[in-house]
Design a protein around this ligand. Structure first.
Ligand code: HEC
Length: 138
C-alpha cells in the first residue's frame, strides 16, 4: 500500500533536484564572491585604511564651537559671520596661522591650528575647505 509511504518516488526525485540545484547555485555564488573579493582586494584594503573624508560639521564641533559658538554666533571668540565672505586662502591663513586679511594678527587665544593640529593631526587642505564650506552654510 502506498498509504504508509511518506513520499512518492516523484516527490523524492523533486526534492533531490532541489538539493542538487541549491548546491550548484550555492557553490557558484560562493565562487563568484571569491572572484569579486580577489579582483577587488586592493579596493577593500584601500577602503579600510583610507580615513573617511573630513566632515565640516564634525570638525567645527570638535575644534571651534567651544569658542565661536555652536552656530558660529560668537562666544570667547567672535562670531564668524564675516568670515563667510573671506576667500578660502584668507580663511586658511587665519585658521592655520592666526593671520587675518589686511595683515591683522589674531590674538593668541585663537589657536594656530598649523601648530596645534585639528583633531590631534596636522590639518589638511581638505579639512580647511570643508570647514569653510560648513561655516558658509550656517
Ligand atoms: C580657544 C578658543 C578658540 C578656538 C578653539 C578657536 N578660535 Fe577662532 N578665534 C578665537 C578668538 C579669541 C578670536 C579673535 C582673535 C582676534 O580677533 O584677535 C578668533 C578668531 C578667529 C577668526 C577670525 C575672525 C575675524 O573676524 O577676525 C577665524 C576665521 C576663526 N577664529 C576661526 C576658527 C576656526 C575655524 C576654529 C576651529 C578650527 C577656531 N577659530 C577655533 C578663539 C578661538
Amino acid at each position: 500500500m502506498s498509504d504508509d509511504r511518506f513520499f512518492t518516488g516523484r516527490e523524492i526525485a523533486a526534492a533531490l533536484t532541489f538539493v542538487v540545484l541549491g548546491t550548484l547555485i550555492g557553490v557558484t555564488s560562493y565562487r563568484a564572491g571569491l572572484n569579486i573579493a580577489g579582483e577587488g582586494a586592493g579596493a577593500v584594503v584601500a577602503a579600510s585604511t583610507t580615513p573617511a573624508p573630513p566632515n565640516g560639521q564634525t570638525l567645527y564641533a570638535g575644534n571651534c564651537a567651544g569658542c565661536h559658538g555652536a552656530q558660529a554666533q560668537g562666544g570667547v571668540g567672535p562670531g564668524l559671520a564675516e568670515t563667510k565672505g573671506w576667500s578660502l586662502a584668507d580663511f586658511g591663513q587665519a585658521v592655520l596661522h592666526g593671520q587675518a586679511p589686511g595683515g591683522r594678527t589674531l590674538a593668541p587665544v585663537m589657536p594656530r591650528f598649523a601648530d596645534t593640529g585639528l583633531d590631534g593631526a596636522p590639518p589638511t587642505d581638505d579639512q580647511i575647505k570643508v570647514l569653510h564650506e560648513y561655516l558658509k552654510g550656517l
